[in-house]
Structures are given as C-alpha cells and as structure tokens.
Design a protein around this ligand. Structure first.
Ligand code: ZN
Length: 94
C-alpha cells in the first residue's frame, strides 16, 4: 500500500513516500537543504523488517545528514531488529 504524508524531522519537513514504483534503489533521502525534499522507499520491499530498516535508515539520514553511512546502517539494523522483536507489522487498510 503506497503512502504519502509530510513528516517533521528535527524541525524540517520531508514528504514520506512508500511503495514508490521504478525507484532504482531500495530507499533514498533528499538532503535537508533541498526544496520539497522527500524520503522514498521502493515498492519492491515486501518484508516488514526490511521495510522498517530501510525507512529508519532514510529517516536517520534526514535527522543527521552528516552521520556516516556505517553508523546509519548499523543503527537502522538495530532499530529494525528491536521492532521485529516487538512484533512490528505494517497494516494495510484496503
Ligand atoms: Zn544511507
């Protein structure tokens, strides 16, 4: 299920878009200084834990743009793992 909404991350606004078709990567995030910036997650992500990891990864980039890719990757994997243990699941309304 595709979703679009505006999220405030550390005082700046990103449009969050999930299930984006034809995205060349699993997820991406526009830089904080970009007008109409977005965080996008590919439609090809079916697994809930992977979706959570990718979305968290991109949110962490937005929250602290200068963090290393290594720190972002490690932290997003930890968060996804914790949410999995809490039985995190996406719920579709349709
Ligand atoms: Zn990254």
């Amino acid at each position: 299920m595709a979703q679009e909404f505006i999220a405030n991350i550390n005082g700046k606004r990103w449009k969050i878009r999930t299930a984006v078709s034809n995205l060349a990567v699993r997820g991406d995030c526009d830089a904080p200084d970009v007008k109409n910036k977005q965080i996008r997650v590919s439609a090809s992500i079916a697994d809930d834990e992977q979706f959570c990891e990718i979305l968290t990864h991109e949110i962490l980039h937005a929250a602290d743009w200068h963090r290393s890719e290594e720190w972002i990757t490690s932290t997003s994997k930890s968060i996804a793992n914790i949410l999995k243990k809490c039985n995190f699941r996406r719920v579709c309304d349709d």
